[in-house]
Ligand binder design. Structure first.
Ligand code: ADP
Ligand code: ASP
Ligand code: MG
Length: 408
C-alpha cells in the first residue's frame, strides 16, 4: 500500500464529465489498496473569469478580497469531485486550504506555504477515505484566505506530498509529460522520460508552465518523487523528475527550450556611472516586492551608461511609477520601456561540459534574422530577450538546431 498525492489541473477538471473521469481514475488507484490525497484546480477558465470580474470592480483589486474571490474556483471542484467519488461508492471528503490547514505567509496572491497540519488528513486516510484538497490556497496566521500564485495547485500537491511523506506525487495535466518545449508551439517536441530537478527548476522559472516553480523547489528540498502525467490517457509513464546523480553520464547537452511572454523591459537612459547606482535604481523596486529578472548595464561613455532590466508585466506600470522620482534624483536622462518582448531560453545540465552552445544559439537566431535585445547565462541555461513577434520562430529554430525535434 502506498500513499499517493495526485493533482489534477484545470483542463482535467474542466467539465462535469472530466471530473467524473478523474473520479474513476482515483477510484481505480484506491481499489488497488492505495491511500489517496487528491488536489484539484479550479475548472478550466474559472480563475481567469474570477480575475476579470474582480477587475471590473477595481483596477487594482484589493489583495485580501481578491484572494477571497480567487479561492472560490477550487472550492467548487473539491466538492464536485467528492460527490463524483461518492457516486462511485468511494468514501471521500473535501477540504479547503484553510481547513487542512495550509498555513502561508500573508503575501496575498503570491503567498508561500509555511506549514501543513496533516492530522486531519491522516485521520480520514486511516478511516479509508479519499481526501480531496483545494489547490492554490491557504490561510495566513490571522485566518485570512491567501492564494499561491498562478499555477499554485502544483505547489499544494507537492507540499502535501512532502508533509505526508507520500510515496509519490503525480501531477495530472493535459499533456503526457514534460516535453523538450511546449508541444503547442512545436509539434515536433519530444516527451522526456526523465528530467533533472535542476533542469525542471530552470524550465519552470523560465516559463514552462507545466509545473509551477515553487512545486519543483519543494520537491527538490524534500526529495518528493514527482511525476507529470496525462489525465486523458489510461496508461503512460509520463515524466519523472530525477536528481542529477541518479542519471547516467551520457547526458545530452540540451534538454529543452523554454519561453515566456510575461515580462516587460525597462531601460533607464543616461545614468551617471558611479558606485551605488544599481542599488539606487533597483533598491526601491525590490522594496516594493517586485522581482527583477534580467539586468544589463552597458559600457559607459563619458561617465554615462544605460541600465536595462526586466520585470513581470503585471508589475510594469508600478515599476515605472516607482522609478519616476529615482530618475530625477540620480539625474538620468529618462526611462523607456516596452511590453512587447519575449524571453527564450535554452536549458540543459550538459551545457556545463559542452562548449559552443551559446554560439550555436546566436548563429541560429542570426540566420532567422532575429535581433537579440538582452542576454543572460548561467551554468545550465542561456536566456535571450527578443521581440515578442519573433518568439515562436525562435523557439522552433532553436529546438531544431539543438537536435531536439522528433525524428520524422
Ligand atoms: P494544468 O491546468 O493541468 O495545471 P497547465 O496549463 O498549467 O496545466 O500546464 C500544462 C501546459 O503546459 C501544457 O498544455 C503545455 O501547453 C504547457 N507547456 C509549456 N511548456 C511545456 C513543456 N516543456 N512540456 C509540457 N508542457 C508544456
Ligand atoms: N486555478 C489556479 C490558476 O489557474 C491554480 C492552478 O490551476 O494551479 O492559476
Ligand atoms: Mg498548471
Amino acid at each position: 500500500m502506498a500513499l499517493i498525492v495526485q493533482k489534477y489541473g484545470g483542463s482535467s477538471v474542466g467539465s462535469p464529465e472530466r471530473i467524473k473521469n478523474v473520479a474513476r481514475r482515483v477510484a481505480r488507484w484506491k481499489a488497488k489498496g492505495h491511500q489517496l490525497v487528491v488536489v484539484v484546480s479550479a475548472m478550466a477558465g474559472e480563475t481567469n473569469r474570477l480575475i476579470a470580474l474582480a477587475h471590473e470592480m477595481q483596477e487594482q483589486p484589493e489583495p485580501r478580497e481578491f484572494d477571497v474571490m480567487l479561492s472560490t474556483g477550487e472550492q467548487v471542484t473539491i466538492a464536485l469531485l467528492s460527490m463524483a467519488l461518492m457516486d462511485l461508492g468511494v468514501q471521500a471528503r473535501s477540504y479547503t486550504g484553510g481547513q487542512v490547514k495550509i498555513l502561508t505567509n500573508n503575501a496575498h496572491t503570491k503567498a508561500r506555504i509555511m506549514s501543513i497540519d496533516e492530522a486531519l488528513i491522516r485521520r480520514d486516510l486511516a478511516e479509508g477515505r479519499v481526501v480531496v484538497v483545494a489547490g492554490f490556497q491557504g490561510v495566513d496566521m490571522k485566518g485570512n484566505i491567501t492564494t499561491l500564485g498562478r499555477g499554485g495547485s502544483d505547489t499544494t500537491g507537492v507540499a502535501l506530498a512532502a508533509a505526508l511523506k507520500a510515496d509519490e506525487c503525480q501531477i495530472y495535466t493535459d499533456v503526457d509529460g514534460v516535453y523538450t518545449t511546449d508541444p503547442r508551439i512545436v509539434p515536433e517536441a519530444r516527451r522526456l522520460k526523465t528530467v533533472t530537478f535542476e533542469e525542471m527548476l530552470e524550465m519552470a522559472s523560465l516559463g514552462s508552465r507545466v509545473l509551477q516553480i515553487r512545486s519543483v523547489e519543494f520537491a527538490g528540498k524534500y526529495r518528493v518523487k514527482l511525476r507529470v502525467l496525462s489525465s486523458f490517457e489510461e496508461e503512460g509513464e509520463g515524466t519523472l523528475i530525477t536528481f542529477e546523480e541518479d542519471q547516467n553520464m551520457e547526458q545530452v547537452s540540451i534538454s529543452g527550450i523554454a519561453f515566456n511572454r510575461d515580462e516587460a523591459k525597462i531601460t533607464i537612459l543616461g545614468v551617471p556611472d558611479r558606485p551605488g547606482i544599481a542599488y539606487q535604481i533597483l533598491g526601491p523596486v525590490g522594496d516594493a516586492n517586485i522581482d527583477v529578472d534580467m539586468i544589463v548595464q552597458n559600457v559607459s561613455h563619458d561617465g554615462m551608461t544605460d541600465f536595462s532590466f526586466t520585470v513581470h508585466r503585471n508589475d510594469y506600470q508600478k515599476t515605472l511609477k516607482i522609478l519616476e522620482p529615482v530618475v530625477k534624483h540620480i539625474k538620468a536622462r529618462g526611462v523607456e520601456g516596452g511590453e512587447t518582448i519575449a524571453k527564450v531560453s535554452v536549458v540543459g545540465v550538459g551545457m556545463r561540459s559542452h562548449a559552443g552552445i551559446a554560439s550555436t544559439a546566436f548563429r541560429t537566431l542570426a540566420e532567422e534574422g532575429i535581433n537579440i535585445e538582452m542576454i543572460s547565462t548561467s551554468e545550465i541555461k542561456i536566456s535571450i530577450v527578443i521581440n515578442e513577434k519573433q518568439m515562436e520562430s525562435a523557439v522552433r529554430a532553436l529546438h531544431k538546431a539543438f537536435g531536439l525535434d522528433q525524428p520524422a
